[in-house]
Design a protein around this ligand. Structure first.
Ligand SMILES: [Zn+2]
Length: 129
């Protein structure tokens, strides 16, 4: 699997998730972790369920919901990608993204190939290093 293949796979995994849906889930049913289940993090979601009686998850979810709704789509997607990478193994190399081949976009913090001139997430111009 080439670096490019791994990269596009990561993007595709996250395409189905709507930022608005995740935000609304967090605001209204975040106390039971609905947004976590929606975003494919059932383990985190279960913590919300277990501790919902303390109202702490609802409080955290309220902030998460507001944050989801405030951030740009590009930022939201790149956050999901980052979470996925952390989840998979904690290293970039698992999905073909390594510090040698990719840099972080200063705008949306998504990973872009080093030689790219434009970020494929937020379309901002990148300064070659
Ligand atoms: Zn970007």
């Amino acid at each position: 699997m080439s670096a490019e293949a791994g990269y596009s796979t990561t993007i595709t995994i996250n395409k189905g998730h709507s930022r608005t849906t995740a935000g609304l889930c967090a605001l209204f049913l975040g106390g039971i972790g609905l947004h976590k289940f929606y975003l494919g993090k059932p383990i985190q979601g279960l913590f919300y369920v277990f501790f919902c009686w303390t109202f702490i998850p609802a409080f955290i979810a309220l902030f998460e919901g507001i944050r989801y709704l405030m951030m740009s789509d590009a930022e939201f997607q790149s956050r999901l990608e980052q979470d996925k990478l952390d989840h998979i193994g904690g290293t970039f190399s698992v999905s073909g993204i390594t510090p040698d081949t990719h840099v972080k976009c200063p705008d949306c913090r998504g990973f872009v190939p080093k030689e790219a001139k434009v970020c494929q997430h937020c379309n901002c111009k990148l300064v070659p290093q």
